[in-house]
Design a protein around this ligand. Structure first.
Ligand SMILES: NC(=O)c1ccc[n+]([C@@H]2O[C@H](COP(=O)([O-])OP(=O)(O)OC[C@H]3O[C@@H](n4cnc5c(N)ncnc54)[C@H](OP(=O)(O)O)[C@@H]3O)[C@@H](O)[C@H]2O)c1
Length: 250
């Protein structure tokens, strides 16, 4: 990190309605702690991804960006290249500015893997992924790498996806890892939760929620009442941010 001390470098987050941004506070605090005085991190709220080229033109000090909802896929045509993980997932949450152009990475997968692996037990060999949006693709990528078979659960199931009504006692017995990739339960809608049969959960189940605010969602509370192991998305969030920092400095 010594070599970057004293240099002016700007970073930021692109997304829509991102005033809540975890990343800005996280990176500004990190820069303060590391004494990186020329470093800053800003939010760039874009009404449309077509504003992206102007943003990069008007901010020549940018060294890296994070990308959030709804642009993780929409930003790809504006990039020079993708790393193999982002290519496999089809979504980008980190951009590195290089002399060769903008390179897209996906560190959500790394973050999820770091958070999930310490919690896995030998019985967690089949998973239900709740929701089919951008984050669910990074989750599925990690499960494939870990050789955990999975099934998507969707409000509008397609192909071999399940509907919430399809979660029978035998499916709930077999699939002991449940990952909430929907926004249900995010503050301030803290009572909302995915429509899974909570009464069929047992201490063999591991419930992972990508949400980190609140710390314990209604989904996790319902599981905890039945003795399941629970985890929120905070460690995933911090790990994906650290990986982005590593990429920007490599
Ligand atoms: N902790 C972290 O580091 C981290 C990283 C990335 C994302 N996240 C969080 O993960 C969540 C999902 O992110 P995302 O980017 O995948 O969002 P997204 O693209 O908007 O997708 C969310 C999916 O959830 C389902 N869904 C949406 N509204 C729903 C509702 N009212 N009821 C039931 N299902 C609903 C939908 O799937 P169906 O239409 O198929 O039902 C949708 O595709 C967000 O809360 C986000 O903040 C956390």
């Amino acid at each position: 990190m010594e070599k970057t001390r004293g240099i002016k470098r700007n970073f930021g987050l692109i997304g829509r309605n991102i005033h809540y941004s975890f990343s800005r506070g996280y990176f500004r605090e990190k820069f303060r702690r590391l004494g990186l005085q020329g470093h800053d991190y800003s939010n760039y709220d874009l009404a449309d991804i077509a504003e992206f080229p102007a943003l990069t033109r008007e901010n020549p000090d940018l060294s890296g960006l994070n990308v959030t909802i709804p642009y993780k896929e929409a930003v790809i045509p504006y990039l020079e290249a993708l790393d193999p993980v982002a290519t496999a997932i089809g979504a980008v949450n980190t951009i590195k500015f290089t002399p060769e152009g903008l390179i897209g990475f996906n560190t959500d997968a790394y973050g999820f893997q770091q958070a999930l692996l310490p919690l896995l037990k030998p019985n967690h060999i089949q998973a239900l992924i709740l929701g089919t949006g951008g984050a669910s693709k990074a989750v599925a990528y990690v499960l494939r790498k870990q050789e955990i078979s999975y099934c998507y659960v969707s409000r509008k199931p397609q192909g071999d996806q399940l509907a919430y009504q399809d979660l029978t006692p035998s499916i709930m017995k077999e699939y002991t890892l449940l990952i909430n990739c929907t926004p249900l339960g995010t503050w301030p809608d803290v009572d909302a939760k995915p429509a899974v049969p909570y009464d069929l959960m047992s201490p063999k189940h591991l419930l992972f929620d990508l949400i980190y605010n609140p710390e314990k969602t209604a989904f996790l509370s319902e599981g905890e009442k039945r003795g399941t192991v629970i985890s929120n998305g905070l460690k995933m969030l911090e790990s994906q941010a650290e990986k982005a920092w590593e990429i920007w400095n490599s």
